[in-house]
Design a protein around this ligand. Structure first.
Ligand code: PLP
Length: 447
């Protein structure tokens, strides 16, 4: 099927008709096109095999070709192919109960199609909750600079990466940003001071105007920023004190990526009010987003005035086939003890990647579970970020050797200098060794 003639026709149609995400128009020459996949690897139309060191977009957590997931999707489509959640279906019921069990406290879940929409739903739930409990002025959402929370206009407003917002007009009203704790380039003395700054902002703005704080337990696409466990604990305490809801965005950090089922679980005693999920929820096999809400918040919705309801609907949100894929994904995560496996294997991977810190162009290596960031600099002393040329040479060099790795989003202009590695959680030990060897060799070559 993939004759030279067919491939060349596809390449032409790709250039003429397919609008790619995030690809600069002057760089759109020949995007990689996958034609087959197997575990952590895929074969491209050019005949080369690549290890996917970023799990697609941090979602293909169990690799390509998991027959068990494909089978339940097939079975579901052959039975009830579609059913809306204005009514109900078995896979969504079972999945909502399973998520409540995994999250460690009673939660009720609203299903959507993506991480962006899961966050949109979370913001609307937070605002509506306060409106219904006598605090209609509590509408502001606090998020952190460098964070990415999605591409729809609400989620983009919570996203605090200036370049992503260029040319899309003003932010939606009511979104505030604070700096994250970032030990390598600190805005604060320590993580606790970063958390306490959130309390200052709440007090300066007026606690009666703040609906929620949203954060990833570990900033992922914004550069892999790993706070101490005490940071989220302190944020949770501040939120509780001021009747501000804590939303953890677990779109990346959920489902084993960090070596625990959810990222917030690294901070003992923290139980978020709302948890948003997508990506790894179905191991990247089907589109699904989820917004899980603590039972007492959901109860407040039930107790609101007669006729009150959550006025958000999404045709494909909680599609039965997606929910079936999620249930099977979770079954595999549990049976194969994937979070524990990630925690165990990541120790060696981290140790090996850490050795790169002796390299002249490596400012810092950070990571948790299968989520690593390698900050590349021009100068270790000044911490000046590496040039675009160096970054392209490293990412391109890895690709030439058969490894796909990523970079942080365009967080701060000139600071897209963090290599990101996030392999499938099911990667074999040989895969991980290949990944580590390749990254080390290529980075050293550029040093
Ligand atoms: N939240 C985080 C932390 C993400 O990394 C992403 C996507 O990369 C999203 C939300 C948005 O998810 P989606 O692309 O499914 O809308």
């Amino acid at each position: 099927m993939h004759t030279a003639e067919h491939s060349s026709k596809l390449a032409q149609q790709d250039r003429d008709h397919l609008w790619h995400a995030m690809v600069k128009f002057n760089e759109q020459a020949s995007p990689l096109m996958a034609v087959s996949g197997d575990g952590a690897w895929f074969t491209a139309a050019d005949g080369n095999r690549y290890m996917d060191g970023v799990s697609g977009l941090w979602c293909l957590n169990l690799g390509h070709g998991r027959k068990e997931i494909a089978q339940v999707v097939y079975d579901q489509l052959m039975n009830v192919s579609y059913f809306p959640l204005t009514m109900s279906h078995e896979p969504a019921i079972e999945l909502s109960a399973k998520l409540s069990e995994l999250l460690g406290a009673p939660y009720t879940t609203f299903f959507t199609c993506s991480g962006s929409e899961a966050n949109e739903a979370a913001f609307k739930i937070a605002r509506q909750y306060h409106a219904q409990t006598g605090k209609p002025e509590k509408i502001k959402i606090i998020s952190r600079y460098r964070a990415y929370h999605g591409s729809t206009l609400g989620a983009l407003s919570a996203t605090a990466q200036a370049n992503r917002k260029l040319k899309y007009g003003a932010e939606a009203p009511g979104f505030l940003h604070v700096p994250p704790p970032y030990a390598y380039r600190p805005s604060f003395e320590d993580d606790l001071a970063a958390a306490n700054h959130i309390e200052n902002v709440i007090e300066w703005e007026g606690p009666d105007t703040i609906a929620a704080v949203i954060m990833e337990p570990f900033i992922s696409g914004g550069g892999v920023i790993i706070p101490t466990p005490a940071y989220l604990q302190r944020v949770a305490e501040i939120c509780r004190k001021h009747n501000v809801l804590l939303i953890t965005d677990e779109v990346v950090s959920g489902f084993g990526r960090t070596g625990k089922m959810f990222g917030f679980m690294h901070s003992e005693g923290v139980q978020p009010d709302i948890v948003t999920m997508a990506k790894g929820l179905t191991a990247g096999c089907m589109p699904l987003g989820a917004t899980a809400v603590r039972a007492h918040l959901y109860d407040a919705f039930k107790q609101a005035e007669a006729g009150s309801h959550f006025r958000h609907v999404s045709t494909f949100g909680g599609h039965p086939a997606s929910c079936a894929a999620a249930l099977k994904t979770i079954e595999i995560l549990e049976e194969e003890q994937i979070p524990n496996r990630v925690a165990r294997l990541s120790q060696d991977t981290m140790k090996e990647l850490n050795r790169l810190e002796s390299c002249q162009i490596v400012g810092e290596v950070r990571g948790v579970g299968f989520l690593y960031g390698i900050e590349i600099v021009e100068d270790k002393k000044t911490k000046a970020p590496a040039s675009e040329e160096t970054m392209l040479a490293i990412v391109g060099g890895c690709k030439e050797k058969g490894l796909i790795i990523g970079r942080n989003g365009d967080t701060v202009p000139g600071y897209q200098n963090i290599l990101i590695v996030a392999p499938p959680l099911s990667s074999t030990e040989e895969d991980l060794q290949f990944l580590v060897d390749t990254v080390k060799n290529i980075v050293k070559k550029e040093a």
